[in-house]
Write a new protein. Sequence first.
Length: 166
Amino acid sequence: MPDKFFESFYFEITGPGEQKYIKNIKDKIKDLSITDKVLLKDPISREKKVQYLKGADVFILPSFEEGDSIALKEAMAIGMPVLLSKQCRLDIVEEIGGGYVMETNKDSIASTLLKLSKSDLEKMGGNARQSIINNYDNNMCSKRIAQIYIDIHTCSKNSKDWVDAG
């Protein structure tokens, strides 16, 4: 990272994890002398999560394995730009200009973070929110699930949600 990177950004790492992993992160933060720029926090309760997210500029999820991140969609729903790993399976954020998709290695994460300084975060957040409205509101999801059930019942694959694993 460039020397002046942390002048523009401050990081909070929030969420659950195995104690050994959390200790390792805390030790790295201390060893790198970045305790004033990176804070490791406990998980935020459901009631306080939206307010907490509203206080941030960007949501970052560099996950090695993610089924369907509710936190990611919550961040997008309140208008936050997102940086996520390919394993989050939500490449649409890049297509709609709501964020960036990255690999789970330090070079990819670093280069993606550097893109932030040249990005219009407000516009990205608006695009992320619009994507949630267009693709993930309750009414839309209900229709998508209904189509999947119809497909199962009729042995068809008319839903756009079917993934060809072959």
